[in-house]
Design a protein around this ligand. Structure first.
Ligand SMILES: Nc1nc2c(c(=O)[nH]1)N[C@H]1C(S)=C(S)[C@@H](COP(=O)(O)O)O[C@H]1N2
Ligand SMILES: [Mo]
Length: 458
């Protein structure tokens, strides 16, 4: 296919081409099955893409003509849903995805030891479009299990260096003016397994402690002002959760003063899900997930960081020379290609739309570069609008795969000019003792047989 034809290819062609190959991917445990299924599905795939291929004038789809000659029952015969009565409106008041999408699931990593309560489930980034994570697929990270909080009984307290300590009910909070904003949340441990040079099989497990939602709530600064908080000088807040872990984290007041930190009850147009902190959670844009306290019950104002148990043990970067960084708050600029990515199978050489996600805790994504030759050459990817502050940004690049092994990588640059580092650059600074905050460039190897796997490239 010529370059200009690629530019001309209609959206339906681009979408149709991808949909069949990778979207069926299940979990690491199921890789074999899926690969077999993908091969079996190959003929259907070519058949399905025929209409689109003709529309695009793309003769590159070998087999299309032949298939027409044979007659495609999916076109020539009416399926049963075209010749029968449909079902009445859904009997369950709350809708669910199509039964054909049942393999799009949050998953627990086969490579991580988990206790029942201290656990993680990863979002299926390889199956998602755009930038918003459906609430039912939002990753989960609980230090002491999730809890079903009764909103009638839930209280939110503001105390510490305030003139008038205050307690809010959910009703109190929900009658205040609210704001709704799109932000990403990423656990500081995301991509942590890659530090160990472990071949993480899929992007779900390497990068799936990442999600993005529209959050609705009240800026924390408004509540602090109501309580007459002493906001001058060196100030911090401590946020505390109502779950059994009594998760507590220190947050610098400068972030709160920016107005971005929200006491949120809404997620993607509805109330938070119980697993994500219902009925109240702190939203701390750009900052690692652990500070986004769920089941939020208290914020205290103080003049020193607290150094709480959750700050003494978790998400600390061990640096060379025996030092450690206790507070890493901002999630630095990072990106990952979600298609093609580990575990997926490219069914044929030819056109693919490389796509992925980029984000920065410091602001907006300015540019994303993509390489298909292991970082020797880079092309600028297209950014999908809107590109928002501290939010996921979707990028894509046209690619014609020649059937030879290829290493695909993405490198994001944010509006501070920070460039996502290579694994080696990060190692040079952090040493080898570190497991958190890995924002290195991710490499996927597309093998000759079309199977994609993770490789660690310097
Ligand atoms: N109360 C409370 N808040 C919490 C946690 C927790 O265990 N308890 N886990 C934290 C961690 S480590 C992360 S990464 C995020 C995960 O948010 P999610 O489960 O909504 O994805 O919540 C944070 N807030
Ligand atoms: Mo986390």
């Amino acid at each position: 296919m010529e370059d200009h034809q690629l530019q001309m290819a209609p959206a339906s062609l681009r979408a149709g081409r991808l949909r069949k190959a990778p979207e069926n991917f299940l979990g690491a445990n199921d890789i074999r099955t899926v690969r077999a299924e993908a091969r079996r599905g190959r003929r259907d795939f070519i058949r399905n893409s025929f209409a689109a291929a003709m529309a695009g004038g793309a003769a590159a789809y070998a087999g299309a003509q032949e298939t027409v000659g044979q007659g495609d029952p999916a076109i020539l015969e009416l399926p049963k849903w075209s010749t029968s009565l449909g079902k009445p409106v859904a009997m369950t008041g709350y809708g669910r995805p199509s039964k054909y999408e049942g393999n799009v699931q949050r998953r627990r990593s086969p490579g991580l030891t988990q206790t029942t309560q201290a656990s993680v489930s990863f979002a299926p980034l390889q199956s998602l479009f755009g930038i918003v994570t459906p609430s039912g697929l939002h990753f989960e990270r609980h230090h002491q299990g999730w809890v079903d909080v009764d909103p009638q009984q839930h209280r939110f307290m503001v105390n510490g260096m305030v003139r008038k300590p205050m307690v809010f009910t959910m009703d109190d909070l929900m009658r205040m003016p609210s704001v709704s904003r799109f932000y990403f949340i990423e656990c500081g441990a995301n991509t942590g397994m890659n530090w160990g040079n472990v071949a993480v099989p899929t992007v779900q497990y390497s990068h799936g402690m990442l999600s993005c939602s529209e959050f609705t709530g009240v800026p924390l600064i408004r509540l602090l002002e109501m309580a007459g908080a002493d906001l001058d000088g060196r100030r911090f807040v401590l946020a505390e959760g109502a779950d059994g872990s009594s998760m507590t984290r220190t947050i610098p007041m400068s972030l709160v003063k920016s107005g971005e930190v929200l006491v949120a009850y809404g997620q993607n147009g509805e109330m938070l899900r119980p697993q994500n902190g219902y009925p109240l959670r702190l939203v701390v844009p750009g900052v690692q997930g652990v500070s986004w306290i769920k089941w939020l019950r208290r914020v205290e104002v103080g003049d020193e960081p607290w150094g709480s148990k959750d700050e003494a043990v978790h998400y600390i970067d061990l640096m060379p020379g025996g030092q450690h960084r206790q507070y890493t708050s901002i999630q630095e600029c990072k990106s990952v290609i979600t298609t093609p990515s580990g575990g997926q199978v490219l069914l044929d050489k030819g056109y693919y739309s490389i796509t992925g996600l980029a984000w920065s805790g410091r602001g907006k994504i300015r540019r994303v570069d993509v390489s298909v030759d292991g970082g020797r050459n880079w092309k600028t990817a297209q950014l999908q609008e809107p590109v928002m502050d501290k939010c996921l940004t979707r990028f894509r690049l046209d690619w014609v795969w020649d059937g030879k092994p290829a290493i695909v990588q993405s490198r994001a640059i944010d509006d501070t000019g920070y460039v996502q580092p290579s694994y080696k650059q990060l190692r040079d600074v952090r040493g080898t003792g570190n497991v958190y905050h890995n924002n290195a460039i991710q490499s996927w190897l597309v093998q000759e047989n079309g199977e994609v796997k993770h490789v660690q490239v310097a």
